[in-house]
Design a protein around this ligand. Structure first.
Ligand SMILES: Cc1cc2nc3c(=O)[nH]c(=O)nc-3n(C[C@H](O)[C@H](O)[C@H](O)COP(=O)(O)O)c2cc1C
Length: 296
């Protein structure tokens, strides 16, 4: 769902843009080298659009063959910030030694793994609650509870993630001890996002009440109601295995098909509970100025 344009715009506006693991993807990649090549292109585009910091992820729960290639890419292309979706001492060591900033976002964050991330040198820990868009944590702890829990556990700054789409959400998690927010859904319905215009309108006209939820690998997944998402809900209700549901979920690049191409028959729309407060399509700059209004 990300690309260089969106990421550069977030960084230019005072946020920290993060290229997703499939940034700029328009077709199903045929090899890991193709994935890395496309990512390199997106990184260079970001660098041509802004001199502000930005980051890219190393996924610990993704395709393990890609990680070493991604590590090399980050080092070769001088990407200043790394998002590590888990705890891996070897990765931490490589990036610390190379002087890169580490945002650590375990998919299931706990006081124990947050302390371990701090010990290994993470600069920021991200506390993600069940309100988020994308892959949900396997425990159903909401954003408020998890933010408070992690803020009490570590001394490094905590970013709170999950369902934060307006200034009230930002103020709430700061009151609980967060010193930053990590937002995904918020940027989907912006002018610069590559999401289809029809889907942006759907987000603006929907609320958290509309969201469907079904089992998938790791835990659960949410989608706005599309014919494809109803099919996954029916599979869940019929007692199909999590593996079968996940195979259908990922088989046809359903995120890109649904969200970028706007094909709701064959795709889904992954958003978090914060969509309730997204009421207009705005520029990234307007969104950041609004949610961070207490700090500028
Ligand atoms: C469509 C979508 C895809 C996402 N994919 C990833 C991903 O591949 N890696 C990652 O670290 N975060 C990803 N995220 C981010 C988080 O799952 C989530 O958005 C973030 O923690 C904040 O929650 P929010 O979407 O409610 O703002 C994705 C989010 C969305 C909405």
């Amino acid at each position: 769902m990300t690309d260089a344009r969106l990421v550069a715009e977030v960084s230019e506006a005072g946020g920290l843009g993060i290229l997703g693991p499939h940034a700029g993807q328009t077709t199903n990649p045929k090899s890991n080298e193709e994935v890395i090549g496309r990512m390199r292109t997106e990184i260079r585009k970001v660098q041509s659009l802004t001199d502000k910091p930005f980051g890219i992820p190393v996924m610990i729960a993704g395709n393990p063959d890609v990680y070493p290639l991604m590590v090399d890419l980050i080092l070769e292309e001088n990407v200043p910030v790394v998002l590590i979706n888990g705890i891996d001492a070897a990765f931490f060591k490589i990036f610390k030694e190379a002087g890169r900033k580490i945002l650590c976002r375990p998919l299931d964050v706990t006081p124990e793994n947050a302390r371990e991330a701090e010990r290994l040198g993470a600069d920021i820990i991200i506390a993600t609650g069940f309100d988020e868009g994308g892959t949900l944590p396997s425990k159903t702890i909401g954003t408020f509870s998890v933010t408070s829990q992690i803020a009490h556990a570590v001394t490094i700054p905590v970013m709170s993630a999950g369902g934060i789409t307006d200034v009230h959400g930002v103020r709430s998690v700061f009151a609980l001890g967060a010193e930053g927010v990590y937002a995904g859904t918020l940027f989907l319905a912006t002018l610069e996002s590559r999401m289809a215009d029809s889907v942006k309108k759907m987000v603006v006209n929907s609320s958290a009440d509309d969201l469907l939820m079904f089992r998938s690998a790791l835990s659960f997944y949410r989608s706005l109601p599309t014919p494809f998402a109803y099919k996954l809900v029916e599979m869940d209700k019929a007692g199909k295995s999590t593996e079968e549901i996940t195979n259908v979920l990922v088989s046809n690049q359903g995120m890109r098909v649904g969200m970028v191409e706007g094909n709701l028959e064959e795709g889904y729309i992954s958003v978090g509970n914060g969509i309730t407060y997204i009421k207009e399509i705005r520029s990234v700059k307007a969104v950041i100025n609004d949610v961070m209004q207490d700090f500028i």
